[in-house]
Design a protein around this ligand. Structure first.
Ligand SMILES: [Zn+2]
Length: 272
């Protein structure tokens, strides 16, 4: 029997990089343009701005909801709940409303099912997770830095690697040779309003110059990473591992005795 290992990202790459930015502030216009210039991808977690205003909350300058579809094309638009609450301190009924109304608001504008979120104020517990999962959330990013490149056991507790300002300090570790920690993911969070000066934008571009344009890195959104890992777990190998059926909609790269194979969607691949 050959030694089978599913430890490659899309394209057979060993590393992945993903941004996760919150609040949908006006500076997202320039941030997305900058991401596109460097060919990197992100997930943008957004509340309902109209509803915030109608409730009398103070609202900073935000992206116009009519621009979501065009602005964030190629990236992921994702929930951040209706009113930017502390869900841990909310009744179940309120959490459900916060999630479903936010999800629907975003879906009506971007034109695809919205299946993920980040926790406002990083606030959650076991009860919150159960309610949000029932409302259709499949992953949620926390505000706990790991300073590592692993994947979560539970995607409703998806801890990021670090804040964008800390990326450069971890680059050398990220690109170091892999011995045991395969499927490395550099998962970076922030808020676009933190780019409050031209110096900060220059910091961002310098960082992007370091991490972008690498053949060994898959630049992906949060939901692309999540869907890829779901597809990996869904692979159906024969008893002797000489063939594999991929029932999902995305191709999966894997190794058999270090030789790279692709399990194409909805097909059986023979490992000769
Ligand atoms: Zn937020």
């Amino acid at each position: 029997m050959k030694r089978i290992e599913t430890r490659l990202w899309h394209g057979g790459r060993p590393r992945a990089f993903s941004f996760t930015f919150d609040d949908g502030r006006y500076e997202d216009y320039r941030l997305v343009e900058t991401f596109n210039k460097y060919g990197v991808k992100g997930s943008f977690h957004i509340n309902n701005p109209g509803f915030l205003e109608s409730c009398g909350y103070k609202v900073e300058r935000l992206v116009d909801p009519d621009d979501y579809k065009e602005l964030y094309v190629g990236h992921e638009v994702s929930c951040h709940l209706l009113l930017h609450p502390f869900p841990k301190w909310q009744p179940t009924e309120a959490i459900l409303q916060e999630c479903l109304r936010n999800k629907r608001f975003l879906e009506e504008r971007v034109g695809y099912p919205v299946r993920s979120m980040s926790y406002p104020f990083g606030s959650f517990d076991e009860r919150v997770i159960n309610v949000l999962r029932a409302a259709g959330m499949e992953y949620s990013r926390t505000a706990v830095n790991t300073y590592a490149f692993g994947l979560p056991e539970d995607y409703m507790r998806w801890d990021p690697t670090c804040h964008w300002s800390e990326v450069e300090g971890l680059v050398e570790k990220f690109f170091s040779p892999m011995r045991y920690d395969f499927l490395r993911l550099f998962y970076v969070w922030g808020h676009s309003y933190e780019f409050s000066s031209e110096e900060k934008w220059a910091d961002l571009e310098r960082m992007l110059g370091v991490i972008s344009g690498r053949d060994d890195v898959w630049y992906a959104t949060g939901i692309e990473i999540y869907d890829y890992m779901q597809a990996v777990r869904a692979l159906k190998f024969s008893t002797d591992c000489t063939m594999v059926y991929n029932p999902s909609a995305v191709p999966v790269w894997f190794e058999a005795d270090r030789e790279v194979f692709v399990a194409e969607p909805a097909k059986v691949t023979y490992i000769g």
